[in-house]
Ligand binder design. Sequence first.
Ligand code: SF4
Length: 329
Amino acid sequence: MGGNGQGGVDSEALQKTIDRINRKLRERLQNKKDSRPARKALKKLEGDYLVRLKKYEQQAETLRGRNSYARTDPDASSMHMKEDRGAERPWPKPAYNVQIGTEGQFVVGFSVHGQTGDTSCLIPHMENLRTHLGRLPKNVITDAGYGSEENYAYLAEHAVGNYLKYNTFYQDTHHFRKPELIRKRQFRAENFAYDPDRDEFICPARERLTFQYASRYTTDNRYVTDRRLYECHACDQCPLRGECTKAKGNRKIRISFRLLEYRRQARANLTSEDGQRLRARRSIEVEPVFGIIKQNMGFRRFHLRGLEKVKTEWGLVCIAHNMKELAAS
Ligand code: SF4
């Protein structure tokens, strides 16, 4: 049976198999041979497997790399709402991920996405800004949801100031008085000391993690990232094991040196004088705009369905917001 080139079977390959069995069945009937097992297999393939496979293919097409979609609006994904925080049963609802860029509380660009996470929205959002503004912004400052290697590489490629926080930025830059938190930090892979001469990492127990192999991943946006795997071979008897790893075998760490370097740059930029000024400004720039639109203008849900219509609706909301700002200035 043929496949889809990824080790699976697609409906086209299954249909070819069904046709082949049909041909064999006809031959067996002509030769008056027993055709019951073949007929049974055919019934299963045609009536069950083929029907289900076509349905799954259709669903995969609708998902376009997302984890979910809403029946009432296939362009929307199921997301948890901020309003439902603390609710006893916070059901996810069909929703869109809205991104905006602001300057002086005016919306200068927006994009609407079906993806739940913010990480994959940054590059399409930037490209959208470039189309509408004719250029990219000088600096980009975001919260910790955007700090991926792919996003950092995009900013570096386009010479845009990298002020993207990453998921552990807060822990890395705040002095914790709690000793247990300080202790926990030292077991994170990125905090292991690195010996460049021997290409080895050194863990808190002063044992060495040696290089095992390198692997390459390609993201949905065709960004290629290289990861190197290091393994410690002294974890068996280690008194720190309980704090260090829950793995059955040795502690292994997967490292992208490019990502570590991008994070280091982001941390240096964010903690610089300019970075501190931009961070302070961000909190009075983007967040209030969402607050004004949701609370003052009372816009809490989209009235239209489908990505293109929702984009238009959000565009109108942003224009209305900018006009209000202009009238108040
Ligand atoms: S468990 Fe292994 S990697 Fe972790 S501290 Fe102990 S020896 Fe080092």
